[in-house]
Ligand binder design. Structure first.
Ligand SMILES: [Zn+2]
Length: 486
């Protein structure tokens, strides 16, 4: 690969640890940073600031946002009901839109918890997503979805039937999902990896959550992960209802159960962790598990706020994800990072989440989550050339003192709107605020045209799902999930 030189006015060589370096030329070669050299001030690039590219540690790669087909924000379990009318669209087209938008949000790597739950279509879908990854250029950790228990409600789909009207019960009872243990899906993951895995596209096990997988399936995943060294990415204790159902089902606690079957290891990322207890945190820390926080998603789906200060007390690694539910329903990583910072920084005189710890989480802790190895989060010779460059002058236009820490300005004001370019392993995936290799507007137009042409979901389907959503709400309001006979 040819060497590439970038002139910038500021570079965060060690974000949160030292002040940004002024007036630098970065040389990129062979996917790495070859040198960081001083240069004369002014000239091209003087207004720019370079930082390590952002890592989205948990997402689903939506091409069409849930609200577009009527799945408005709600309590998690009610919201999930609305996802069942998601139009089935071409996975490559969907991933192109999703990855393209992420790149424009400053993201150089993402976890992609794939949405399809149709196991026999998964292999073809991976090929489409892998192709989208190559076209857009950001790193992707593809998590193969595995779900074989508790579709609809915790307690199993048939447990919801009494909460529906007689007519709806008849409509839905012939659509009850099958719930047999899906060990074959675990074996399928290696086949998918042998075909599609590259340095930039890593395959992981993606059990959706402990309440959504049979114990035997979780055991098979733990065993396969240990044997192959392959990572696992799973939702854990996102909502109060999950905590309640899991406490009733696993009297010693679900985290202890996971430990007993060998599921907890440094290869594991758990998403959300809003309802983790003090004991859970101690055990996760001991096993080297990483938690992927999803701050806006947790607020939008009324799950609550993750106990970040508890994570820090126990020394748990944590990273930040958007979960496809960023604050403004866009994929602006910086705005969400700021929200996480403000919410978890405490109300005391001293800061409870310092910029240093925030950046460690966002970079160092997050890189292994997307399958990266080696140091991340420093801009120095030898590190991978994953860099996002923002228009610092636009952020700092009115700041007239010279000694303000540019990192503070960046955290206080930076948004996707300020993004200039993104490099991933040396490849320029965003140039002048646009995607050089993809016509994103055309992709989005085609996605929307196809979804509309399919007329999915139909108004009747949506009305039925709306009633199922309300039955789900009544089911949990009654506490049926804690009483269900399993
Ligand atoms: Zn998720």
């Amino acid at each position: 690969m040819m060497a590439r030189q970038l002139a910038v006015g500021r570079v965060m060589t060690a974000p949160g640890q030292s002040k940004p370096k002024r007036d630098v030329i970065l040389t990129l070669a062979d996917g790495r940073i070859a040198s960081v050299e001083p240069r004369a001030g002014g000239g091209d690039g003087a207004g720019l600031i370079a930082v390590p590219a952002m890592i989205n540690a948990h997402d689903h790669g939506y091409g069409i946002a849930p609200i577009a087909f009527g799945a408005t924000d709600d309590a998690l379990e009610c919201w999930i009901t609305g996802l069942s009318v998601r139009p089935s669209i071409d996975p490559k087209l969907e991933a192109l839109a999703a990855f393209g938008r992420m790149a424009l949000g400053g993201i150089g790597a993402t976890v992609h918890c794939h949405n399809s739950l149709v196991a026999d279509r998964l292999e073809a879908e991976v090929a489409g997503v892998a192709q989208a990854q190559r076209e857009v250029g950001i790193r992707v950790a593809f998590c193969c979805p595995i779900l074989d228990r508790n579709a609809w409600v915790y307690g199993g789909p048939s447990a919801l039937l009494p909460w529906l009207s007689e007519a709806d019960r008849a409509r839905l009872s012939n659509r009850l999902p099958r719930e047999v243990p899906a060990r074959h899906l675990v074996a399928q993951v290696e086949a998918i990896a042998s075909q599609h895995e590259t340095d930039m596209f890593q395959i992981q096990y993606g059990p959706i959550g402990p309440q959504w997988c049979h114990d035997a399936t979780l055991e098979a995943i733990a065993e396969a992960s240990a044997a192959r060294g392959r990572r696992i990415h799973m939702h854990l204790l996102e909502s109060r209802r999950q905590r309640e159902w899991l406490d009733a089902r696993y009297p010693g606690g679900v985290v202890k159960f996971l430990d007993k079957i060998g599921f907890l290891s440094p290869r594991l990322t758990v998403a959300h962790g809003v309802w983790l207890s003090e004991d859970d945190c101690a055990l996760l820390a001991e096993r080297g598990v990483t938690v992927a926080l999803n701050t806006s998603s947790n607020l939008r789906l009324r799950s609550g706020m993750a106990p970040v200060q508890m994570f820090q007390r126990h020394g748990i690694r944590f990273a930040f994800g958007l979960d496809g539910s960023a604050f403004d329903d866009d994929q602006d990583f910086l705005r969400d990072l700021r929200l996480a910072w403000l919410l978890h920084n405490g109300s005391e005189l001293d800061s409870r989440l310092s910029p240093d710890r925030l950046f460690q989480a966002a970079y160092r802790d997050a890189f292994p989550v997307v399958g990266g190895s080696g140091a991340y989060g420093r801009i120095k010779p030898g590190t991978t050339a994953d860099i996002a460059i923002y228009d610092y002058h636009a952020m700092a236009r009115d700041i007239y003192v010279d000694d303000v820490d540019a990192a503070e300005v960046f955290l206080t004001r930076g948004t996707a709107r300020h993004l200039n370019s993104v490099f991933v392993a040396g490849r320029e995936v965003v140039r002048d605020g646009a995607l050089p290799d993809l016509d994103l507007a055309a992709v989005e137009n085609e996605l929307h045209a196809r979804a509309r042409a399919d007329l999915t979901p139909s108004p009747r389907q949506r009305a039925l799902i709306g009633r199922q959503r309300e039955a789900t709400r009544r089911y949990y309001a009654d506490g049926a999930h804690t009483k269900a006979n399993r």
